[in-house]
Design a protein around this ligand. Structure first.
Ligand code: HEM
Ligand SMILES: CC(C)=CCC/C(C)=C/CC/C(C)=C/COP(=O)(O)OP(=O)(O)O
Length: 306
């Protein structure tokens, strides 16, 4: 009569449960999922300006892309568990720190999410299913398992998966692939080198220690910064090209010019005055850039042009 009634959790059980939940969320790399899902949401809203988007489609698409991205991230944490245990930046992650043990639990967790995402995507339309499937193939298959430990061009080859959530957003509403979503997906692909190579300049020694040939490990910082600059200029040009491709208005154009100018100026400055700390700052600036330019697309389409 005085014991703990069946089904009623004690304080420490609740604490344990929250701790486990926190670890299983952490292994999905939530910050990257947030940005990826946001690009998908923008894809959906851009398509909604031309096609009908019902509330069930919006909700199903959001659930599918969130589960797909978090699932593939958990699988990648499983694949990379050996090097994550050695790198300073990653050794506290749930698998290497032993908070998820055995590591296969993270693999099952990731695959289960991906499976549910695939079923939901298939119920939307075939093109959306293909986007999610290619996302897994590109990130885990081509990037993590194949090229990450072999080639300095790993992120270019694997990076295409980073653009797929935006394309998924569009296809989930329209059912087909068209020029505008392909261009905004390419914008994400061209953004990746400035996101990751600047970070890799900062963590060069970490990557070298585990034999991952990120570009700054295999060639000098100046040359890496030159390649980053090329991709940033291409990304800037593409962001303007998206305006000329047709449906964006002046608000988008001005935002693309201002944001593009800031990120290009930062990378030009870094090229002429290379320093690891500044590269870290530009890595940190990369996510707000992508967020703001995608936000400008929605504002342009649904608030200003509406
Ligand atoms: C091949 C492609 C990519 C690679 C190699 C890559 C790599 C990384 C790495 C190493 C980190 C640091 C993680 C940490 O905190 O330990 C990171 C953080 C992050 N990534 Fe990526 N990433 C890629 C693509 C993307 C894409 C496509 C997005 C979203 C559109 C994205 C969004 C983020 C965000 C939001 C963070 C956290 C940023 C912060 O802490 O300020 N990444 N990424
Ligand atoms: C449609 C679909 C499912 C697309 C997948 C998109 C996706 C999840 C891209 C992930 C990009 C990413 C965060 C890479 C981390 O690289 P890393 O493994 O080198 O990072 P790390 O060193 O921090 O582990």
């Amino acid at each position: 009569m005085y014991g703990n009634p069946v089904g009623v959790k004690t304080g420490s059980q609740v604490k344990n449960w929250l701790y486990t939940a926190k670890n299983y969320i952490e292994v999905t790399k939530p910050r990257s999922v947030f940005l990826l899902v946001f690009t998908a949401l923008v894809g959906m809203f851009l398509a909604a300006a031309e096609y009908t988007m019902s509330m069930p489609v919006l909700l199903k698409s959001l659930v599918a892309i969130t589960l797909a991205c978090s699932g593939v991230n958990a699988v990648s944490c499983y694949v990379d568990r050996d090097i994550d245990a050695i790198m300073e930046r990653t050794r506290q992650r749930p698998i290497p720190s032993g908070r998820i043990a055995p590591p296969e639990k993270a693999l099952v967790w990731g695959l289960a999410q991906f499976l549910v995402a695939s079923v939901i995507a298939l119920s939307l339309n075939f093109a959306s299913f293909v986007c999610i499937f290619l996302g897994m193939l590109g990130y885990v298959g081509i990037y993590s398992l194949w090229f990450k430990r072999k080639s300095a061009w790993n992120i270019i080859l694997g990076g295409f998966s980073g653009g797929l959530p935006a394309l998924f957003g569009w296809t989930s509403v329209s059912g087909k692939v068209e020029l505008l979503p392909v261009l905004i997906s390419l914008l994400v692909v061209l953004w990746i080198p400035n996101h990751i190579w600047n970070l890799a300049i900062f963590y060069k020694d970490d990557y070298r220690k585990v034999g991952v040939p990120m570009l700054p490990v295999v060639c000098n910082t100046k040359r890496t910064l030159l390649y980053i600059l090329f991709t940033v200029i291409a990304m800037f040009a593409l962001s303007i090209g998206i305006y000329f491709a047709g449906t964006m208005g002046t608000f988008y154009l001005v935002s693309a010019i201002v944001c593009g100018f800031v990120i290009a100026a930062g990378n030009i400055y870094l090229f002429f005055a290379p320093e690891q700390k500044k590269a870290w700052f530009l890595y940190k600036l990369s996510s707000p850039y992508l967020f703001l330019i995608f936000l400008a697309m929605i504002i342009d389409h649904h608030i200003i042009l509406a």
